[in-house]
Ligand binder design. Structure first.
Ligand SMILES: [Mg+2]
Length: 359
């Protein structure tokens, strides 16, 4: 089988309604934007697609300039070889990681459709459902967060992760108030979205340790493994690391080797080099008896959640108050394994006719 053409379709992606905010200093939700769908076709009539929700023009530029010349004529089932080639091209291009992984996602989609299976089964099925963790955006006050938490629990969620303001004292008060509000046994986690330096990350981490948080995620930018190593030595709360740093599995390996990944590592098709990169990280972490928690609520991650044994939650973003439960989460707070062959494109977007059968 050979790849005969690559297409990049631009798709309008509506911004969240209502819009939401992240911690102080970061932009909030995006307004309406332009995403991209990469479509790979073969001489035997098989197709694979992958969706990038934003930055469609960047994706199209890299497809036209770099990926099409590389992929035309290649065997789409040689995913490892083509993944290696993507890293080679990255050496000169410094591709955004979401583009590097996009080809790999489309190739897994193609292979899974060719054999009539959802991707998670081709990856190696482990489970058929998983609890969703309610992962909040940043709300206005402690009182509003507690109200949102009550709504999440009433909607079936069995764990909550906070993205708060990025002020360690204010965030610490919120984390303690939420622990008191939900009781000792409810699993809570905190995500700093890289809002702190090391001294403040230590101060907040000590509060999270005392409040028995399940994990402490990305309190600092993930450039210095040493800073995380020093943080891990100072706080008892398990650290979840390696979400956004460059280098995918290679960078994750250093976090693990340093002893900083005391809770585990993040893995992702979007930010760690497609399904191939995400599974490498999962297996790497598993060898050290660490968790590889799947990052972010996109459809490929539903597949990863079903295939990775050392993952405990699907990250389900809570973007509004009143809280709306994500459609893929049921009343018991569970996400179930996708059943259609391939990955599946997100519904409700205005796709060109050529893509409608992949939705
Ligand atoms: Mg995160």
């Amino acid at each position: 089988m050979r790849i005969t053409h690559l297409e990049c379709h631009l798709v309008t992606v509506p911004g969240p309604n209502p819009p939401f905010v992240w911690r102080d200093g970061l932009p909030g939700s995006w307004p309406d934007g332009e995403g991209a769908v990469l479509r790979i076709c073969t001489d035997e009539g098989h197709e694979g697609v992958a969706f990038s929700p934003r930055k469609g023009m960047i994706v199209r530029d890299i497809v036209d300039r770099l990926l099409r010349p590389e992929l035309i004529g290649a065997d789409p089932l040689q995913r490892e070889w083509l993944w290696h080639r993507a890293w080679e091209l990255d050496r000169v291009e410094e591709m955004p990681i979401y583009v590097l992984g996009l080809v790999d996602i489309a190739l897994w989609d193609l292979a899974a459709k060719a054999v009539g299976l959802p991707v998670w089964q081709l990856l190696g099925g482990y489970r058929t459902s998983i609890p969703a963790q309610a992962s909040t955006v940043t709300f206005g006050s402690v009182e509003e967060f507690l109200d949102v938490a009550d709504q999440c629990i009433a909607l079936g969620y069995t764990s909550i992760k906070l993205h708060a303001w990025g002020d360690w004292r204010r965030d610490a008060k919120l984390c303690v108030a939420l622990r008191e509000h939900v009781g000792d046994d409810f699993p809570l986690a905190y995500d700093g979205s890289a809002g702190f330096d090391l001294p403040d990350a230590i101060r907040l981490g000590q509060v999270l340790s005392d409040a028995d948080y399940l994990w402490y995620e990305e309190p600092m930018r993930e450039f210095s493994v040493t800073a995380y190593q020093w943080l891990a030595a100072k706080v008892g709360v398990p650290l979840l690391v390696g979400e956004t740093s460059d280098g995918a599995h290679m960078n994750t390996a250093d976090f693990i080797a340093s002893g900083a990944a005391t809770g585990g590592v993040r893995t992702s098709a979007e930010l760690r080099g497609g399904f191939t990169g995400a599974m490498r990280i999962a297996h790497l972490a598993d060898a050290f008896r660490l968790r590889a928690e799947v990052h972010g609520p996109i459809i490929p991650h539903q597949h990863l959640c079903m295939a990775i044994p050392n993952n405990t939650y699907y990250e389900s973003l809570i973007t509004s108050n009143p809280v709306r439960r994500e459609p893929c989460v049921d009343e018991n707070g569970l996400v179930h394994a996708p059943t259609a062959p391939g990955v599946g494109l997100p519904p409700d977007l205005d796709y060109p006719a050529a893509l409608s059968r992949h939705v």
